[in-house]
Write a protein that binds this ligand. Structure first.
Ligand code: SF4
Ligand code: SF4
Length: 417
């Protein structure tokens, strides 16, 4: 790149050709990145620039310069490596610049993954402490939260990682998961604030995290495994698509109907709204009007949550609550994008015994995957390769006619019904 120089020397753009001047700013000109600030949405470029100008951290200037160069050359220049803290084998994502001679200020820009609190809610004291420690040792840039669910502290050099971690750890924070182990779990706010919650997903998240904390910090499996805990089938954590083990609250009995509130709803919205926006939109036609009274057939209801969301005061989940476990959700890997398959339709989740039974079942599932899975194979991919029947038999679960996509094509299942 003719004309480029290292990012420590300021004055002209580092893209290699435009020659723009920095007009005395701490930052070098980045005309291509600037275009990302012109749209209607908040831009990460603005966040980087604001933090760099305020903190005067050369690392941020270097990363902006390298990114500008990447946009011009249409190449990425980060490579991985290994950075850990004492006693841990995971939790830090390494970013070494492949062109550090050109941009020495961007030589290292590692990310520390920090475990979020169940429900993703924090008090301001904790956040202030986190920000102060991060600004002291790292770049000051935070993503809250990344796709992994972690708090992503982005941009630190290797020789500062241990001290930064020690200070964070003393304030109660811990590293999240990475590599071939248990990854950071995510839960919605659940019973903390939401009337739809069908189990205490915050507690189950914590119980599972404590149980698998060894495998979070020291990866030992074929590949990664992710939990997400949604309090109800609205699935605000997107667990069905973004986790290997989707734990979703559900109920077994009838939806609770408050007749007075139904009347109030109809008085406010009108009978037409009930018919057009609620009854006809039930995907399984489980709702009928009987002499003007709304009736719901529990047998036909597939717990889609539409009617409960439309009439939140009048309708609520049934009384017999618990969880459903779905498995195998993930984004593109070897066999494409998968949504989770329903493995356990209902499990009570009320006391210590229920938590124990849940953890035992998950241990069985992981043991099976450890034996049957290939290296770098997500559990959904293993099930796809060997077949659902093999998996269910391997972990001692009953299979059900509803799990067969094309019953007449498959002579190996015998229907029980
Ligand atoms: Fe509430 Fe259900 Fe969303 Fe959790 S998933 S926040 S319980 S609506
Ligand atoms: Fe129908 Fe969904 Fe309501 Fe069940 S939850 S009755 S499937 S709209």
């Amino acid at each position: 790149m003719e004309g480029a120089n290292d990012s420590a020397s300021k004055g002209a753009c580092h893209c290699g050709g435009c020659g723009a001047d920095n007009n005395g700013s701490f930052l070098n000109p980045t005309p291509m990145l600037d275009q990302l600030e012109s749209g209607p949405w908040p831009s990460f470029v603005s966040g980087f620039k604001e933090t760099a100008e305020r903190t005067k951290k050369p690392m941020l200037r270097g990363v902006l310069d390298q990114l500008e160069y990447s946009y011009n050359t249409r190449m990425g220049y980060w490579k991985g490596g290994l950075v850990t803290v004492d006693g841990y084998g995971a939790g830090i994502i390494t970013r070494y610049s492949m062109i550090k001679d050109k941009f020495p200020e961007a030589a290292e820009f590692h990310t520390m993954r920090i475990q979020p609190a169940p429900g993703l809610h924090y008090n301001t004291t904790m956040l202030r402490e986190l920000c102060d420690i991060w600004e002291k040792h790292g770049s000051g840039i935070i993503t809250l939260h990344g796709q992994t669910g972690d708090i992503m502290l982005q941009g630190i050099e290797q020789d500062k990682v241990q001290e930064c971690f020690d200070e964070l750890n003393q304030k109660g924070w811990d590293l999240g998961g990475a590599g071939a182990g248990m990854r950071t779990g995510v839960s919605c706010i659940g019973p903390g604030r939401c009337e739809n919650a069908c189990y205490d997903n915050l507690k189950l998240h914590l119980v599972a995290l404590k149980h698998f904390i060894g495998q979070v910090h020291r990866p030992e499996w074929n590949y990664k495994l992710k939990f997400k805990f949604s309090g109800c089938p609205n699935d605000c954590t997107n667990s069905i698509m973004r986790s290997d083990l989707a734990v979703i609250g559900t109920w077994k009995d009838a939806i609770q109907i408050d007749r007075e509130e139904v009347k109030n709803w109809i008085a406010a919205q009108g009978m037409d709204a009930l018919v057009n926006n609620v009854i006809t939109r039930c995907p399984t036609k489980a709702i009928t009007l009987n002499d003007g009274e709304m009736e719901i057939s529990s047998r036909d209801c597939v717990r889609c949550m539409h009617c409960l969301n439309a009439m939140p005061k009048a309708l609520s989940p049934g009384r017999e609550k618990g969880i459903a476990l779905l498995m195998g959700g993930k984004n593109t890997l070897k066999v494409g994008v998968n949504m989770g398959s329903l493995i356990i339709p209902f499990m009570k989740m009320e006391d210590e015994e229920d938590y124990e039974a849940f953890l035992e079942k998950i241990e069985d599932i992981i043991d099976w995957w450890d034996d049957a899975g290939l290296d770098h194979e997500r559990i959904g991919e293993t099930i796809e390769r060997v077949g659902l029947q093999q998996f269910l038999e391997g972990v001692g679960l009953e299979y059900d006619i509803n799990q067969i996509t094309r019953p007449r094509d498959n002579p190996y299942f015998k229907a029980k019904y």
